[in-house]
Design a protein around this ligand. Structure first.
Ligand code: G6P
Length: 586
């Protein structure tokens, strides 16, 4: 959840770490900090986003060629300056940044307190520099690090910098960590975009690895055995990650959906074919994911059932462990994850692999942990998604699922054709006139406490995803139901003036309109989304019927609506409160 970065080399480290922190901020942004080593270690850190903290403290005033940085999404300890990273040992000779959770930190803390150590934060992380300090009293620094790491239970990616060590030490267990190899300089970070502007030569670290960077070289050990991990040159272009002419990444990425889907049309068909064959062959296919990607999976269920007549199971990744007993060597697990680093999704595929099942992943991040642990990967190529709210990654996941479903029935060309049609229509859905109309609707909704959304069939996951967009970014309570479920309880919530968004398709029109009428009879005002207006609608968002693709088309006005609600309510659409883009803790 947090982003960590370390640099050691010929350059001043603070400016490199600062630029990396901006790129890592999507992982968490409640506080941040940088520590740089010269003769001593200096730390600047505070509560706030990177830009705010830098304006206040001026990170560039830190001088030294080795440094570590951190951007935080708090797990242990409130959002305070004291709890921000880097955290120092009592003797101020060791600085640590950490992503993950040290599960046994209370035990370790008590042990260290008995030895006279004082703790200044509520974090689990603070035990790490102090444990190292403790062991270093009687051992070499490297032995002290190894002993300290041996005491830790949990998940972690840790960077250690010390005045007692010339360089940096990094360790990884179940949290992502990548080494960037430059010319006489090294970068260690939670992910590649953190340093992609400086080098595209990377080394992926494995669980249990300890990386030592010193004297302008590096070595990696795992269980005291030297590792020879290959240096991989990342082929992807370093993308333009600025906001361009847009005020926020959110709206920029909504507009980029056209390009994202265009790129899919040119995807290598053979990989889709391999995946389709695996689905046909499998005795039981399970889709797993979290958040927005989980709604892509739900859409996949309807799609595989209706187009390919194949039954696929779905489980949110954090619950998958409860169902792993059904897995065999003939099972197939399809994991969908924009980042490829979501801890729950990774846990799910690992339990699948333990049972011998095959794993296919659909992800947007090349080189992510998910890609490295899957048997097959379909890369979304949607371009880096920086806004915490997922938009273009979601619709490209839906488009990939369509391609797979069509390939299963031998109709890949048709999938490409309907996607081409879709692209033409996406220009209208993201047009100025659509955005202006949605603005008007947002104005009517902006002061509401609750918004209800209903859909049937493919429109049920659409309603769920639309509700999630609204909640995440505007903090209005939004709840989605399958149209048929309303009268089984939730309709009790509807009162005079309750806004309800109703998603309609040709397939579901008569039944969902009946549900809308039931809502209206209880005082609701209805916003219809679909091809045809209806007298039950108070407002109507016209979205052309495109069989199988309605879910892509109908979510776009909802993305625009969520964005406008955020703007009108004064919320930051790119960095909503309490969220992080990549949730790397369980
Ligand atoms: C976080 C993000 C969501 C995202 C979910 C899954 O909760 O805030 O926007 O949908 O993680 O992320 P993934 O990278 O696995 O798709």
């Amino acid at each position: 959840m947090c982003g960590i970065i370390g640099y050691t080399g010929d350059k001043q480290s603070a400016s490199i770490i600062l630029s990396s922190l901006y790129n890592l901020e999507y992982r968490g942004y409640d506080s941040c900090g940088i520590a740089v080593k010269d003769l001593d270690i200096s730390v600047l850190k505070d509560v706030g986003k990177v830009d705010e903290v830098n304006t206040k403290l001026n990170f560039l005033s830190l001088e030294g060629h080795t440094g570590v940085g951190h951007t935080r999404w708090c797990t242990h300890g409130k959002v305070t300056k004291e709890n921000a990273h880097p955290l120092l040992s009592n003797n101020h000779k060791i600085a640590v940044v950490h992503n993950g959770i040290i599960e046994n930190y209370l035990l370790l803390k008590k042990r260290l307190q008995k030895e006279g150590f004082t703790f200044y934060s509520e974090t689990d992380t603070e035990v790490i520099p102090n444990l190292i300090e403790y062991y270093a009293r009687s051992k070499s620094f490297i032995d002290a690090v190894q002993l300290a790491v041996g005491d830790l239970c949990g998940q972690y990616a840790i960077l250690i910098m010390s005045t007692q060590y010339d360089g940096l030490i990094a360790c990884r267990k179940e949290s992502p960590l990548v080494l960037g190899v430059g010319h006489n300089e090294y970068y260690v970070a939670s992910d590649i975009p953190a340093f992609a502007q400086y080098t595209n030569n990377v080394v992926y670290l494995n669980d249990g690895d300890i990386l030592y960077i010193t004297n302008k070289s590096y070595s990696i050990y795992n269980n005291n055995i030297k590792q020879q991990h290959p240096v991989t040159t990342i082929s992807r272009e370093i993308e333009e990650t600025g906001k361009g002419d847009f005020e926020h990444y959110f709206i920029k990425e909504v507009m980029e959906q056209i390009d994202a889907i265009k790129r899919l049309i040119f995807i290598d068909q053979s990989i889709i074919s391999e995946v389709a064959k695996e689905i046909i062959k499998a005795k039981g296919t399970y889709m797993v994911a979290c958040g927005t990607a989980s709604y892509a999976c739900m859409y996949g269920l309807y799609l595989f059932s209706k187009i390919a007549h194949i039954h696929v199971n779905f489980c949110i990744a954090s619950e998958f462990d409860n169902f792993k007993h059904f897995l065999t060597q003939d099972s197939l697990v399809i994991a969908i994850s924009q980042s490829g680093e979501t801890a729950d999704t990774l846990m799910a595929i690992r339990s699948a692999k333990e049972k011998g099942a095959k794993v296919i992943s659909i992800t947007n991040v090349e080189g992510s942990t998910l890609t490295r642990e899957s048997d097959y990967t379909i890369l979304q190529k949607a371009g880096q998604e920086i806004c915490v709210i997922s938009t273009k990654a979601y619709t490209s996941q839906l488009a990939i699922l369509i391609m797979i479903a069509y390939e299963i029935v031998g109709n890949y060309k048709e999938a490409v054709e309907i996607l081409k049609d879709l692209i033409k229509y996406l220009y209208y859905l993201t047009s100025e006139s659509m955005r202006e109309y949605i603005k008007l609707l947002a104005d009517k909704l902006k002061d509401k406490e609750h918004i209800y959304l209903i859909g049937r069939s493919f429109q049920y996951p659409t309603a769920l995803e639309a509700a999630l967009k609204i909640k995440e970014v505007s903090y209005i309570h939004a709840e989605a139901y399958a149209g048929g479920e309303l009268k089984h309880g939730s309709i009790a919530m509807i009162e005079d003036g309750s806004p309800c968004i109703v998603f309609v398709s040709n397939e579901t029109e008569s039944s969902i309109i009946s549900n809308a009428i039931e809502l209206k009879a209880r005082g609701a005002w209805i916003i219809g989304v679909g091809q045809r207006n209806n007298e039950v609608f108070d407002y109507f968002i016209k979205v052309r019927e495109l069989p199988w693709l309605n879910s892509i088309c109908q979510i776009i006005p909802m993305q625009l609506l969520a964005y406008q609600l955020a703007i009108l309510r004064g919320c930051d659409p790119d960095k909503p409160r309490n969220l992080a883009k990549s949730v790397t803790v369980l």
